[in-house]
Design a protein around this ligand. Sequence first.
Ligand SMILES: Cc1ncc(COP(=O)(O)O)c(C=O)c1O
Length: 365
Amino acid sequence: MSISARLPVFPWDRLEPYKAAAAAHPDGAVDLSVGTPVDPVPEVVRQALTAAADSPGYPLTYGTATLRAAAADYLRTWHGVAVADPRHVLPLIGSKELVGWLPTLLDLREGDQVGYPELAYPTYEIGALIARAEPVTYRDPVAELDPARVRLLWLNSPSNPTGQVLGAAELRRVVGWAREHGILVVSDECYIELGWEGTEPVSVLHPDVCGDSHDGLVAVHSLSKRSNFAGYRGAFLAGDPAVVAELLAVRKHAGMIVPQPVQAAMAAALGDRAHAVEQKQRYARRRTALRTALEGAGFRIEHSEASLYLWATRGEPCWETVADLSKRGILVAPGEFYGPAGAEFVRVALTATDERVAAAVSRLA
Ligand SMILES: Cc1ncc(COP(=O)(O)O)c(C=O)c1O
């Protein structure tokens, strides 16, 4: 069987008819479905990319020393990772690439299990299926998963799609269990900077969670949302030295290399806080406007204390909500894309311009 035959239908293809319906609105569609950045790439990032444009040679799979130092400094300074070490950092061609390939790179195979939340980014499942491993979902990994079979456990706090945040005590409990059983924990922290109303998401590498050792733990950080970097493709992982060394050894052979100008742009982005704060303020304004409008239109918002989404329900099947909103020219993602538990929810992304968000608000009124 080909690999693609093992994979589900690409979910976004199923949204096409609703996209067409939304586009028929006289004032055009407001697309709140995919969480893709729409604001400009920060000047500091563009300048670094341009300055590195003359890069004729092969870049390092391991990344430049400058980039790895910037990533370690970023983890230490902004996320309190006390023992962040540039030697134990590895750049990625965006984090989706890692999510899709990690089970294969770690040589998981038939009989091994990959655990991830019951409501989750769909690519955790895809990565398991590509490797022929078995995807298993959880609400509480400690209570539900078989530690003899799970080799890789994905965490995602703040969560896509629900925006739920796991506190340090909860993370510590899961990490303790996984370490006891020799299960590798990989924490996808791509929304870690987007906590709302005082919520401060914590990294799995924070000493309150893991003590002063990163054994058995990897954190994955994407620049896509923080730095409007999705088009450049840039992310990194950090953590367990043995895992970083193994992934580096395989990725070198496989040509999984971040382009040199992108490495330079990543280092600049990680070293600059001002643009990320400005971007977060834009999302905060859009979130407040959309949340108020959705609640006024009879939606209940669950979780959503962090991340780039509102997780909303009207207590009806998600495709009915998608259809109804598309008639008003608003496109959202059906909760079912993220697991059967999302059947009565829709995910509303905050990634539209102020003008389009204002249009959505008036259409919901
Ligand atoms: C939870 C989660 N992980 C990973 C990604 C991939 O991000 P990127 O490949 O842009 O780094 C996304 C993208 O939306 C996501 O929501």
